[in-house]
Design a protein around this ligand. Structure first.
Ligand code: BGC
Length: 724
């Protein structure tokens, strides 16, 4: 039987180096380390990112900082340096165990001179102690005896992107530990790392600690006889001034107290922490091994990116697993990734939503800069919650020109996406304290933004939102995007209801908040009236909702008209060309129908599904599309489309269908996949004070089991095929 917990690589493939680095990324919600090898290879992206540690860079404003590499090992076997670029790998096997986060690699290596060595590497980033990373290596010479040399280091000299983000401060050796201290150049975050290597199994190693600048090292040499196994364990700690006052002292203390058998103790604690996570978050699929493994892979990647002890960080679109989008966060968090946490790990959802609350100043700044009031959340957000969407980026197709990025100016729906996620969290958790202290403020402050942003048209006697971008980014500068307008109407009505609730829940808190935001009863009355007067495109004769004003007048082509192809419709037609046709990058009207289904009849949903589906670039458009499309497909009873799109999302990173997995995990696709399983196939619905399921299992699935928290109590849903 296939193992449904392991992602494996059975041959060394230099061409897929970066894809696997992403796919096998390890992390613990504090840091993420790409699965580069212990030894160096050209083209790799040796990267450790830590949540919240950003520094300034050109063009994209701010970027996650790449930490010194803690994994590096140079191994020299009887005078020959171990590298798969030379010699022959035999019995190669690399595997990430999703159940406990352990990455292992075993192989026999035949050197250019014919020496054969068995090597086994393991490593994990502890989920039990987020500052601890552990490695273990076994080396067995099979057909020779000789000198084995191992050099381990903390390497601050390897930033693959060549950004200069660190100032080196100091380094040293203390009681056999090496350490390194740095500070980010612009954001002044101090970081310290320490490392300790223990030689086990009675090895007599000659140990040295060469002090190379930016690269404190530990080197050991020992003699190995044929068949003898050398074994060493390596522990690294990492702290920053975001977590403590003295990172260096914490990093050293973190390792000083390691027990006699530190690997076993640390691994057991890590495995127990993982077991608890999976106990709450696993989704069991029987009857489809590929779907099962892909779903666990997606949940794993969200769990390793989820901040458990920090409410001032968010998850970037590419998690902590790659350079894509520079670590910036988008609506991907609230609409795609958050539901997994809201439903299974509400404590994490609360942290992520609190990030938005703490970053209200950045949202005020954005509103103010646009000439508006209240809080307008940035389309791309990073360390301090200011807008960090780049304005111009290089055009890779034509190096002499630049491309204007409009999303930071025009993709304004994110403020309501955040409000939506807060309400969803509140509904599930009934966390009134959070709502009273933080959630209400975010919702009301951003409603205030909408009240100033809406445009009154005396002729139609309606409010409009012109010059925006909806979820479908192939169409820029559009007026009255249905998704945005409906969500804003929902948001303003919700804000009025939340204000009402707060008055009864805690009159003093309500009065303090209203004073702080300069809003009162009259404001709420105005918001309610304005909300009713927002133009929300209605069904035409055929039941269709127009995605934005004038959409139906664009040239009508289908996504399939461009097949066969291996790129998006936008790359084929160019930005202007894609703007001129009806093909969408990702569900837009259908996205609206997913989030606010109560506003539409089944017939309307069906009509819009039938119209927009063939016009959506589901194969090469946004990776956010397929999971949502899968859910809508279950709602209209189209099992085939549902499964096809579920698998599209499932394969996004495991199979690298868009060819860009090297840049990092598509976090939204991963979160969407969980939603497609639970809300789509599982048919979980939340309504007022109850939940119910309307399963739509694909015909070949035998079972779907998931858990979620409903008002503090765990619920288990177990759907068997015959029950359908
Ligand atoms: C998608 C956006 C998404 C962003 C980050 C874009 O390609 O169209 O919806 O927020 O990527 O993942």
């Amino acid at each position: 039987m296939t193992d449904l917990w392991n992602i494996t690589e059975t041959s060394f493939e230099p061409k897929r180096l970066r894809h696997f680095e992403t796919a096998l990324t390890q992390g613990n919600g504090y840091l993420g380390t790409r699965a580069t090898f212990d030894e160096y290879y050209p083209g790799e992206q040796r990267t450790t990112f830590v949540h919240g540690v950003f520094d300034d860079v050109p063009v994209v404003f701010t970027h996650l900082v790449n930490f010194p590499d803690w994994t590096a090992l140079d191994i020299t076997l009887a005078g020959e340096r171990f590298s798969l670029a030379e010699g022959t790998p035999l019995d190669y096997h690399r595997e990430l165990n999703l159940r406990n986060g352990l990455l292992t690699r075993s192989l026999r290596w035949e050197s250019p001179h014919g020496l054969i060595t068995k090597l086994e590497f393991s490593r994990f980033t502890s989920l039990a102690d987020q500052h601890l990373m552990c490695q273990r290596v076994f080396i067995t010479p099979e057909n020779y005896s000789g000198k084995i040399q191992v050099v381990s280091r903390l390497d601050a000299g390897t930033d693959t992107m060549r950004y200069q983000q660190w100032r080196w401060l100091d380094q040293g050796v203390e009681n056999g530990l090496i350490w390194l201290k740095l500070r980010t150049l612009a954001t002044n975050i101090e970081a310290a790392m320490a490392q300790k290597v223990l030689f086990k199994g009675g090895i007599e190693a000659e140990i040295a600690t060469p002090d190379i600048v930016k690269m404190p090292s530990i080197s050991a040499t020992c003699q190995a006889d044929v068949g003898q196994t050398l074994w060493f364990e390596k522990f690294t700690s990492l702290y920053t001034s975001r977590d403590c006052d003295n990172p260096k002292s914490e990093a050293l203390t973190g390792l000083a107290h390691l027990e006699n058998d530190p690997w076993d103790a640390a691994f057991t604690a890590n495995a127990q922490a993982w077991e608890k996570e999976w106990d709450r978050c696993d989704v069991v699929i029987e009857g489809d091994d590929e779907a099962q493994l892909a779903l666990r892979f997606s949940i794993y990647h969200l769990l390793i990116a989820a901040p458990r002890h920090d409410e001032r960080v968010n998850i970037g679109a590419k998690t902590l697993s790659g350079y894509g989008y520079h670590g910036h966060s988008f609506w991907d968090t609230e609409i795609f990734m958050l539901p997994l946490f809201t439903f299974t790990r509400p404590e994490i959802a609360r942290n992520l939503l609190s990030y938005r609350y703490h970053n209200l100043p950045g949202a005020h700044e954005k509103a103010w800069e646009g000439g508006f009031q209240g809080a307008q959340f940035p389309w791309e957000s990073a360390g301090d919650g200011r807008e960090v969407t780049p304005t111009w980026v290089p055009n890779h197709a034509d190096r002499k020109s630049l491309i204007r990025i409009w999303t930071g100016d025009l993709e304004i729906h994110i403020s309501s996406d955040i409000a939506f996620a807060i309400i969803q969290y509140w509904r599930l958790s009934q966390d009134d304290t959070f709502m009273a202290e933080r959630g209400a403020e975010v919702i009301l402050d951003s409603a205030k933004f909408w009240a100033s942003r809406l445009e009154w048209d005396p002729q139609t006697e309606q409010y409009h939102l012109s010059d925006v971008i909806g979820p479908d980014e192939y169409h820029e500068h559009v007026d009255d995007n249905a998704y945005t307008n409906y969500l804003v109407r929902w948001h303003m009505h919700t804000a009025v209801a939340v204000a009402e609730w707060l008055k009864t829940y805690n009159a003093q808190a309500a009065s303090d908040l209203f004073t702080r935001l300069s809003i009162d009863e009259q404001t709420f009355a105005n918001w309610a009236t304005m909300a009713d007067q927002i133009f929300c495109p209605q069904e035409n004769g055929g039941g269709l909702i127009e995605q934005f004003a004038g959409y139906f007048e664009r040239t009508d082509v289908l996504a399939s008209d461009f097949d066969p192809r291996s790129e998006s419709v936008q790359s084929i037609l160019g930005i202007e060309g894609a703007n001129a046709v009806q093909v969408l990058k990702q569900p837009d009207v259908l996205m609206l129908m997913y989030l606010l289904p109560e506003l539409f009849t089944p017939e309307t949903i069906q009509a819009n599904y039938d119209y927009y589906t063939p016009r959506t670039d589901l194969t090469f458009g946004s990776s956010l599309g397929p999971s949502i499309q899968a859910i809508l497909a279950t709602r209209v009873g189209n099992q085939e489309d549902a499964y096809e799109n579920f698998m599209r999302a499932a394969r996004a990173d495991i199979e690298d269908v868009r060819g860009n997995a090297r840049d990092g995990i598509h976090g939204a696709s991963a979160g969407g996949l969980w939603q497609a399983a639970v809300f789509g196939f599982g048919g979980l619905h939340i309504e007022d004070d109850r939940w119910y399921i309307q399963p739509h299992l694909p015909a070949h699935l035998k079972r779907l089991q998931f858990k979620f928290m409903w008002r503090g109590e765990e619920q288990v849903v177990d759907i068997r095929a015959e029950e359908e």
